[in-house]
Design a protein around this ligand. Structure first.
Ligand SMILES: O=C(O)C(=O)Cc1ccccc1
Length: 385
């Protein structure tokens, strides 16, 4: 057979398959109606397993790809059924009625920031909320607590850095509180190594900073043969060094934190790798979706079944949504079970995306829609304090 002839045959098979697929979807829709009348759940694990076992038995050498094909068909059928039965109704209403007022215009908002004046988080907060009031809390934990108690409208916390990676503590707090993400900021981070007047690179014995700062500046810490001492925050480290007045102490912090405390800069930039950038998020108790929102965050857990993550990701890909970040964190009180945290490009207000989110909310254990917000590129600017 010539290539042209085989292609013709494939076209004919595809046409038949498409017709059969459409008939299968119509049948799945009828099942949804019957299940609604009889009050049966959409997901019937035993029946799905029986179908897969039968396919595997009959497909011979193609057992593995046939299983993927049938599993995917059952996934999309289930999504259709969830949508027909109004699954995820609450989520749909929440998204459709989300507050759309831009963050920058919320001048009455109080923004909880970790550390003290001059912390990198506060610089990110100033970029996001130029006219709002900042309130400082020592640790990330306290920022979440302030938002929970309503002391602050929003919180701004770092989630990942281009050199040091994810800030796991913040992911754990976010997944625990299930707050919404209302915005993000990409801040270029230029660390300063600084000490009290009179301190020099050779007088330094201890270097204080947040673990993220210490991890981003390993080279200079080793070059000074100094002890790395972890603090709650880079700006708190600068306050401490100024208070102790010991030329053996130094801090890794922002230029603003150094200046505020009258410290002298011994090395800038102090980080190991150029292009050092941290991504910060805005946490909120209420759902805010700004008009230009183009990034979606969500979390869920997955059953220990082969290919379960792949199956979910392929459903996002089918909607044209691109995965930009995935993180897995151990679940509290369950050994070796994980919560997955995902970021995608996309708008929750787009019809197909909203349908997918609603279907997943009925289908996945522990599903949480964490927000839809405007993705930031690097601004190249650090705010003044
Ligand atoms: O906000 C700060 O200053 C922190 O201590 C957290 C941090 C540390 C390093 C880079 C970005 C944020």
């Amino acid at each position: 057979m010539k290539l042209e002839e085989v292609r013709k045959e494939i076209d004919q098979i595809d046409e038949q398959m498409l017709n059969l697929f459409l008939r299968r979807m119509d049948a799945a829709a009828q099942v949804a109606r019957i299940k609604a009348q009889t009050g049966q759940p959409i997901y019937n694990q035993r029946r799905e397993q029986e179908i897969l076992d039968e396919v595997t038995k009959k497909a011979g050498a193609y057992a593995a790809p046939a299983k993927i094909l049938f599993q995917t068909m059952m996934d999309v059928s289930r999504a259709l059924q969830h949508n027909l039965l109004g699954g995820g109704k609450e989520l749909r209403e929440q998204i459709e009625h989300a507050d759309a007022a831009p963050l920058r215009e919320r001048v009455d908002a109080v923004i909880a920031c970790p550390g003290t004046k001059g912390s990198f988080s506060s610089l990110a907060a100033k970029n996001l909320f130029p006219d709002s009031t900042l309130a400082f809390y020592p640790r990330f934990y306290d920022v979440f607590d302030a938002v929970k108690k309503g002391e602050a409208t929003f919180g701004v916390v770092p989630v990942e850095n281009s050199t040091a990676g994810s800030v796991e503590e913040v992911y754990d707090l976010l997944l625990k509180h299930r707050f919404f993400i209302a915005g993000e900021e990409m801040l270029p981070i230029d660390h300063c190594l600084c000490g009290v007047p009179g301190a020099t690179l050779s007088s330094i014995r201890r270097i204080y900073s947040h673990p993220q700062g210490l991890n981003q500046c390993r080279g200079i810490i080793d070059a000074c043969s100094a002890e790395a001492v972890a603090c709650d925050n880079t700006a708190i480290a600068a306050d401490l060094v100024a208070k102790e007045r010991d030329p053996a102490n130094a801090a890794i912090c922002s230029a603003q934190a150094a200046q505020k405390n009258g410290l002298v800069i011994l090395k800038k930039p102090a980080q190991d790798i150029g292009g050092n950038t941290t991504r910060f998020i805005v946490i909120s108790r209420t759902l805010i979706i700004e008009p230009e929102a183009d990034k979606i965050s969500l979390s869920f857990s997955l059953p220990h079944v082969t290919g379960s993550l792949h199956r979910i990701l392929s459903r996002f890909a089918a909607c044209g949504l691109n995965l930009t970040k995935i993180e897995s964190r151990p679940m509290e009180n369950s050994r070796f079970e994980y919560l997955f945290y995902l970021d995608f490009t996309g708008s929750a207000r787009a019809k197909d995306t909203l349908s997918l989110l609603c279907a997943l909310s009925g289908d996945l254990p522990e599903f949480t829609f964490l927000g839809n917000y405007a993705a930031r590129r690097e601004s190249g600017e650090t705010a003044d304090i």
